[in-house]
Ligand binder design. Structure first.
Ligand SMILES: Nc1ncnc2c1ncn2[C@@H]1O[C@H](COP(=O)(O)OP(=O)(O)O)[C@@H](O)[C@H]1O
Ligand SMILES: Nc1ccn([C@H]2C[C@H](O)[C@@H](COP(=O)(O)OP(=O)(O)O)O2)c(=O)n1
Length: 653
């Protein structure tokens, strides 16, 4: 499966231009298609769900075109029911296309088949089908009663009177009826049965219908009257607001990661209910500022979000973001009245609970609620996304908790926000890594340790891990070429770094600080390092060294394999003779036996093995700054690297 690894983040700040709202895009497309006249739609969302709607409209005889590569579309309305009277429409997992098209087609007097991805066939539509049948529509659920796929046949529609529709499973059923009923030309009253959920989405529907010339009468949230003789008329140009649900991830990033983070495209004047996510964040202590067309969020003055207990029925989609924000709150957080999560792209209550637990949270899951209690420290996790765009986007925020997060199947964001991870990278600041790679005795350890101390960053001497594995193998009597045996040792390596000492195991011989520097360990390290299973076993252990405020990591593959996204990379080298001389001096000073001739030979053999091995060979990367220390002393080398850090990784020449 494809995945995306997000590094631990230091914080988030900056600004993001939001893609168009999915809810508005698909509603406006349908209204423009049914209307008289041409509609210019600006800033339409480009995503899978909108593609499904555009394809369906074209198949139904609606002429539309895109202006070049822009986000501007012109739709030629058909001024009534769809002209094409037969069709077989595939609508993916797009609820905002499936439900309204079902209603509009049921009243269009043709024969249509509507289907989607397997998950779409598990999402209920029975309440809408029941309502349309009251009007005389002939609809068959071809697999399971109450679920897609659907087969619609021509039928005598008996409009007028009262149609009853349930409002407590999905508000999209009411939206679909409201948008389709003007096709009948007869005044019809809709009565909502059960407590209407997600009311703000109905407000979007009514607002957009009004822009297209149809004013719906409203008595509370129980009765809606679609007037007789109503016809949709193009308002000319419609601007699609930025997606307020998509805004939630960035606003939460600002609230968790310091901020401020600004989203552009929604604001005070938005018609989308999810802008009220900002109010929810404010209740968590975040500092929110609103403009007409932007919203900004920053962390609470005290830095930490407050625990919450909120009814989130009015913002079901954005509420998912709060479930992940709960990982950053100062106590247990309760999300209430979210039963509709169970019939979305996936069972979002179950999915959220499962994935939050992977990060170490304690989660209580109810029929319509979640309680989330953060762990003392988030633990790195691979997050499954269940083909649900919002799962992927929400969990990117966990990387602000200082731990690595792997997002499986990241492309599921294409449903509503194809550029999500690029936008996230625009505001989230990874914990910086300075990767220093180079051959033996080039000075990596000396330079890296000094630079780390000066910067106050963490330090990873990756070579010592391979040396420890070699020593553990020798002690356990495992041959250096026994890949599985050595890898098993590497996976459970009982090594610790304490107060400048290197410890292996618990025995009397546990202090191995000097022993791992012996030539036997040097040669052994270079031999076990060629084994792919050994390298794989040490991968996560090395990545876990990346922590705020930064990491200096030295070895052979720091820049190429372990931290390929490091913003600072150095290739440190010196002539083989200079390096052999340094190593000789080093060993003698430590009171260890050394022979210059053997050292040079060993070093050249090791250079060759490290550079020629098929996995993670030592190479000078194109984006690494070259530092040859044959003619430079340690101070000069350290100064060179610090200067590079000061320039943000750009070599001066
Ligand atoms: N630029 C340099 N000039 C002279 N000696 C150096 C230089 N860099 C490192 N040394 C010395 O060389 C020896 C090997 O350096 P070390 O940092 O252990 O290399 P590596 O980690 O690349 O194997 C140490 O004794 C160190 O003090
Ligand atoms: N990131 C790394 C670090 C070290 N190794 C291997 C290659 C080296 O021969 C051994 C020992 O590395 P170390 O950096 O301690 O060796 P030197 O001090 O440079 O001689 O481990 C590696 O394959 N990948």
């Amino acid at each position: 499966m494809e995945f995306l690894d997000l590094p631990p983040m230091l914080g988030a700040a900056g600004s993001v231009r939001l893609p168009g709202s999915k809810s508005i895009s698909n509603r406006v497309l349908l209204l423009a298609a049914l209307a008289e006249g041409e509609t210019d739609i600006r800033d339409l969302l480009l995503s899978d769900d909108v593609e499904r709607m555009l394809e369906a409209l074209r198949a139904l005889g609606v002429d539309w075109r895109r202006e070049g590569d822009s986000l501007n579309y012109r739709v030629c309305g058909v001024g009534g029911p769809f002209p094409v009277k037969t069709g077989d429409l595939f609508l993916g997992n797009a609820g905002t296309a499936f439900r309204p098209l079902t209603a509009a087609l049921a009243l269009s007097g043709g024969e249509y088949r509507l289907s989607g991805v397997p998950r779409m066939h598990e999402r209920p539509i029975g309440d809408l089908v029941d309502a349309l049948r009251q009007l005389g529509a002939d609809i068959t659920c071809t697999a399971n009663e109450g679920y897609p796929p659907l087969h619609l046949k021509p039928a005598t529609i008996r409009p007028g009177g009262v149609v009853r529709v349930r409002g407590d499973v999905s508000s999209q059923f009411l939206t679909a009826l409201l948008m389709a009923l003007p096709l009948t030309g007869v005044e019809t009253t809709i009565e909502v049965v059960g407590e209407l959920i997600s009311k703000p989405y109905i407000r979007i529907t009514l607002e957009l219908m009004a822009r297209f010339g149809v004013q719906v009468g409203q008595q509370g949230w129980e009765r809606f009257v679609v007037p007789g003789g109503a016809r949709y008329r193009s308002p000319g140009t419609v601007f699609v607001e930025g997606d307020a649900s998509s805004a939630s991830y960035f606003l939460a990033a600002g609230a968790i990661g310091g901020g401020p983070v600004r989203v552009e495209g929604v604001g005070r004047t938005s018609i989308q209910g999810d802008v009220r996510f900002a109010e929810a964040l404010e209740q968590l202590g975040a500092r929110i500022t609103l403009g007409d067309n932007w919203i900004e969020a920053a962390a609470p003055a005290g830095g930490v979000l407050k625990a919450f207990d909120l009814d989130l029925n009015h913002i079901p989609d954005a509420a998912m973001t709060l479930a992940v924000a709960a990982l950053f709150a100062d106590g247990p957080c309760r999300l209430r009245n979210i039963a509709s999560w169970r019939v979305k792209e996936t069972d979002r209550i179950a999915a959220m609970a499962t994935e939050l637990r992977k990060l170490g949270a304690e989660v209580e899951e109810g029929a319509d609620y979640l309680v989330v209690q953060r762990p003392p420290r988030l633990q790195p996790a691979a997050i499954d996304t269940y083909d649900d765009h919002r799962m992927a986007m929400c969990f990117s925020l966990a990387s602000l908790g200082g731990c690595r997060v792997r997002i499986n199947d990241p492309k599921c964001v294409n449903k509503t926000f194809p550029g999500y991870f690029e936008a996230f990278a625009q505001v989230a600041r990874p914990v910086p890594v300075l990767a220093i790679d180079g051959p033996s005795a080039s000075g990596k350890g000396t330079v890296a340790a000094r630079v780390a101390e000066t910067l106050g960053w963490h330090y990873l001497d990756s070579g010592s891990l391979y040396r420890l594995v070699a020593l553990a193998a020798m002690r356990a009597g495992v041959a250096f070429d026994d890949e599985a045996g050595v890898a098993a040792l590497a996976a459970g390596l009982p090594a610790r770094f304490e107060g400048g000492r290197v410890l292996l195991g618990e025995g009397a011989d546990r202090d191995v600080t000097d022993e791992i520097r012996s030539e036997a360990c040097s040669v052994g390290a270079s031999k076990v390092a060629v084994l792919p299973a050994v390298r794989a076993a040490l991968l996560d252990r090395q990545r876990d060294y990346r922590a705020a405020p930064g990491l200096v990591a030295e070895g052979r593959d720091m820049g190429s394999v372990i931290f390929p996204d490091a913003g600072l990379k150095v290739f440190l080298t010196a002539s083989a003779e200079a390096r052999a001389e340094r190593r000789h001096k080093q060993l003698i000073e430590k009171g260890l036996a050394a022979n210059m001739e053997n050292l040079l030979k060993d070093l050249q053999e090791r250079d060759a093995r490290d550079a020629a091995r098929p996995v993670a060979p030592l190479v000078k990367l194109p984006d690494a700054a070259l530092l040859d220390t044959t003619q430079r002393d340690v101070d000069e080398a350290v100064a060179f690297v610090l200067d590079l850090v000061g320039r943000g990784g750009k070599s001066s020449g």
